[in-house]
Design a protein around this ligand. Sequence first.
Ligand code: AMP
Ligand code: MG
Length: 484
Amino acid sequence: MTFAFDNTYARLPERFFARLPPTPVAQPALVKLNEPLARALGLDPALLASPDGVGMLAGNAVPDGAEPIAMAYAGHQFGSFVPQLGDGRALLLGEIVGVDGERFDLQLKGSGRTPFSRMGDGRAWLGPVLREYLISEAMHALGVPTTRALAAVTTGEPVHREIVLPGAVLTRVARSHVRVGTFQYFAVREDVDALRRLADYVIARSYPEVAEADRPYRALLDEVIARQAALVAQWLCVGFIHGVMNTDNTSVVGETIDYGPCAFMDAYDPSTVFSSIDQTGRYAYANQPRIAQWNLARLAQALLPLLDEDETRAVEQGQAAIDAFPALFDRAYLDGLRKKLGLLEPQDDDAECLTELLKSMAEAEADFTNTFRALVAVAEGDEGPAQAAFAGFDAWAPRWRERMAREPAARDARLRAMRAANPVIIPRNHQVEAALTAAVAGDLGPFERLLAVLARPYDDDPANTAYRRPPAAHEEVRHTFCGT
Ligand code: AMP
Ligand code: MG
C-alpha cells in the first residue's frame, strides 16, 4: 500500500514527539470506510477496504512512507494545567496532499500505548469511535470546520472499561493536529526555540499569508483567534455543545476536534450541559465563547516570548489580540443568526430582534433546530410548523415581519440563505445513542441510515421525517459520556 506521504511534522526536532509504530491487534475488521473522503484524499477505497488496507487502518502494518509519531502536548483540562498530555492512544501516520492540493494529517486513534499513555491502555472502543465518525461527518456536512473520519475498524480485542467492550480504531483526518496545548507544552518548558519552530511550522503549513506581516507571530495569534471565534459562532448557530473544550482539544487551525461527550441541543436552553464529567457547567452551550477566549488567552500567554523581546510589550500585544475576541465572536454569531432569519443586510435593531426570539424560545423550551427550520416555512408562506414548534411564535412574529418588510434583499436570496443556514436534520442524541447501541450489538443498519441522512442536513426530504422528531420524554438523553 503506497500513499504519497510527505511528513513535515516528523521533520521537526525529536522533542516534539515520540516515534513508534502502532501496536498490532488480533483481528482487524472494517466497520465503515468513508469512500468519498478517501477519493478526495487521492486514496483508493478498494485498496483501503482490502485485507492489507484494513490491516493498515488497524495498525497491523505501517504503509510505505508513513512515519508514525505520537505528538507531545500539554493542556488545561477543566481549568487545571497538565504539563504533559500528548497522544496517549493516537499516532500521526503522516501527511498526504489531497486532490485539491491541501495537506492533511492521517491519524490512527486507538492504536495502542505510547510514551504519553500515562495510566491509559492506548485503546478506544467501538461506541466512541463510531460516535466521532458520525458527529464529525455530520459537522462537515453542516459546513462547520472539523476533523473528519476516514475509517472505523474493530480490532477483535476486548477493551476494559467498567465493562468489557469491543476495541476499535478510528482513522482521523485533520488539517493539522497542532493544539493550543502543543504551544503550552513548550512554553511551560521555557523552550523558546521549540516555540518558534512550532509557530513557524503552523504559519508555513496553515497560515502562509501571515508570514509577510510586520509581526508574523502576532498576526498568527490574530488569525487563530479569528478562526476560533468564527468556529464557536458556527457551533452556537447549529446548537452544538463540544463538551470538553480543554486547551488540548482546541485546534490552532480552527477545526472542531476531539469528539467526546459532545451533543446537539434539542430544546433551546443556553445552560445546556450534557457531559457527565462537566459537573460545574464550565462547557455549557452558552459558555463556549467565553471558554474559547480563555483558551486563546492561554495560547497568547504561551506565545509571549515570540510577541516581543520586551515582556511588557509582549503582554500588551497578547492582550490586544485577546481583546479582539468578543467583537469577532459577536459579529460572526450575529451574522450567522441573521442568515437563519433571512436578514441579509444588517440593520441596527437586528440583535434585539434575535435576542427576543432566543429568549422566547428558551421560555417556550422550543426545539432549536425545528423552530429555525419552521421559520423557513414561514418565509415560504406557511406558519403552521412554526406555531407547532414554538409556542412563542405569534407573540414574536410581528417584530420579524416588520423587520422583513425593511429587508432590501430579494425574497429568493433570503429564502436561499435561510435554507442553507437552518438544517433540517442534526444528529439528535437519542438517535445517535440508538444507532451506536445497535452498532455495538452488531447491527450497523441504523448507523448507516443515520449517517446517510446526516450527509444532507439541509435537504427538506419528507422521507426523513423520522429524523426530525425531538426525543419523547422517555427517549431524552440527559448525559453523554467521554466513554474513552
Ligand atoms: P481526551 O479526553 O480524549 O481529549 O484525552 C486527554 C488525554 O488523555 C490525551 O493525552 C489522550 O491521549 C489521553 N488518553 C485518553 N484516553 C486514553 C487511553 N485510553 N489510553 C491512553 N491515553 C488516553
Ligand atoms: Mg483530546
